[in-house]
Ligand binder design. Structure first.
Ligand code: 5GP
Length: 142
């Protein structure tokens, strides 16, 4: 497997070199909205450690990220009045991965509503800002 590339898009977001709509942050994990959501509220949760994907992440970093994935999934379920939540996580190009910093997709789902195809369209910044606010509020409410 190739080495971790510190210039991947999510590493730049973590360093504050690129903007994002942040939903959550602690000392080891970060969550922000996907710029091309497959459904409203589509969030990405990542470790701060430089892991390429599930295959190289340290077990304790993975365990922490998993805990945050659950927190964000619960908040998304509430904030978006979802009927369910889809998780996705891809490893290497053959596994569907495009950005090579470990990330979990959290996608709130409504009964009978299909997800948009991957990378179909960029959401408007004002919509993402409102969705990030809703999610952060649901997270703060516990
Ligand atoms: P994956 O590697 O899991 O296949 O896909 C990467 C995901 O990152 C896609 O869902 C894509 O929409 C999202 N993405 C790509 N570039 C950016 C970006 O610059 N900002 C944000 N917030 N998401 C991005």
């Amino acid at each position: 497997m190739p080495a971790y590339d510190p210039n991947n898009i999510f590493a730049k977001i973590l360093r504050g070199e690129l903007p994002c709509h942040k939903v959550y942050e602690d000392d080891r994990a970060f969550a922000f909205l996907d710029i091309m959501p497959r459904a409203p509220g589509h969030t990405l949760v990542i470790p701060k450690s430089p892991a390429r994907n599930l295959l190289d992440v340290a077990a304790d970093d993975l365990a922490h990220v998993a805990m945050i994935v659950q927190k964000v999934a619960r908040a998304a379920h509430t904030a978006f009045e979802a009927d369910g939540v889809t998780l996705q996580q891809f490893n290497e190009s053959a596994g569907g991965q495009v950005v090579f910093h470990l990330h979990f997709h959290i996608i709130p789902r409504k009964e009978g509503v299909a997800m948009k195809p991957p990378a179909s369209e960029k959401e408007k910044p004002e919509v993402l800002a409102e969705h990030a606010r809703k999610l952060a509020a649901a997270l703060a409410a516990g």
